[in-house]
Design a binder for this molecule. Structure first.
Ligand code: NAD
Length: 281
């Protein structure tokens, strides 16, 4: 039976470290703050925003809340972002996605100052990651690296296979594993012989958005399996992209859903907020 990688306790460890860091900064008169912008009231987004604000409170980070109506125009949102870019009392800017259809998400995300882009989505930060310069790293893949390392597994020299190549998970995940000296293969919907490729992995990271698609037939015995997916199954229970019951019998270690990667994303957002003070000098 696989060892369970406990994202809940590791994320609490990280938030406690951030809390300590934020308290040290406050002794020097520095307040860490995060602007959280939500446009419209998509219920799932409201839950995410509430959890982010709760985490800020836990860590001692001041959250500046902007709850804008659905009809907000792209120009109005761009103006708010420009104002926040200039605002010395705001360290991080987070725009909760998805945005309403009449707003171009790329245009909005590109407007955020790379020095305040705590989600790590700005092209400048993506570029910095790819050439190994300091910057913000996308929270979910950064959280996966912390999960693996803090659970005592080595990445260096290991065969790492990432399933999925999205801009927010798969691609930065591959770059981060490479930065940790893994031997990295990225697979996607057009990959041939996916099972064979996945079975090479000592570390398998799954981010495909397909409930329970990856079963034991994709996994090498003893592999570390990280499940990024989040879905509700037919009984409305949370599940991932990995078929947990099947894979836990063969993997060496596995993340559960819920309680694996999910809580790490918010913890890494908090870490990025504290890091923003350093980046902004
Ligand atoms: P996405 O839809 O943007 O990308 C999916 C990727 O999977 C694509 O690159 C596609 O090529 C690949 N893919 C799709 N079908 C495939 C198949 N049959 N075989 C191989 N590859 C296939 O999704 P995303 O934004 O990367 O998210 C992936 C999953 O992770 C989703 O379930 C999402 O909800 C979840 N997610 C979780 C968190 C978190 O905090 N835990 C954060 C972001 C995303």
């Amino acid at each position: 039976m696989a060892i369970l990688i406990d994202g809940k306790s590791i994320s609490t460890q990280i938030k406690d470290e951030v809390k300590e860091q934020v308290s040290e900064l406050s002794k020097k008169g520095i307040t860490v703050s995060l602007a959280v912008i939500q446009v419209g009231n998509d219920p799932a987004s409201s839950v995410y925003v509430r959890n982010k604000k709760k985490a800020c409170e836990y860590c001692g980070i001041k959250s500046l809340s902007y709850e804008l109506p659905e009809e907000t125009t792209e120009e109005e949102l761009l103006k708010l972002i420009r104002d926040l870019n200039e605002n010395k009392d705001c360290n991080g800017i987070l725009v909760q996605l998805p945005l309403p259809k009449h707003i171009n998400e790329d245009r909005i995300l590109d407007e955020i100052s790379p020095l305040k882009d705590v989600d790590g989505f700005h092209p400048v930060n993506v570029g910095c990651l790819s050439i190994g310069k300091p910057g913000f790293v996308s929270c979910t893949p950064a959280g996966v690296i912390e999960l693996i390392k803090r659970s005592g597994y080595t990445i260096e020299g290991k065969e790492c296979v990432v399933i999925g190549r999205s801009n927010i998970v798969g691609k930065p995940m591959a770059l981060l594993l490479l930065r940790e000296n893994g031997t990295v293969t990225v697979t996607h919907s057009r990959t041939q012989n996916l099972k064979e490729v996945a079975k090479r992995a000592d570390i398998l990271v799954v981010a495909i958005g397909k409930p329970k698609m990856i079963d034991a037939s994709y996994v090498k015995e003893g592999a570390v399996v990280i499940d990024v997916g989040i879905h509700r199954d037919s009984e409305n229970k949370l599940c991932g992209d990995v078929d947990f019951e099947s894979v836990e019998k063969i993997a060496g270690a596995i993340t559960p859903v819920p309680g694996g990667v999910g809580p790490m994303t918010i913890a890494m957002l908090m870490k990025n907020c504290a890091h923003s003070v350093e980046l902004q000098g």
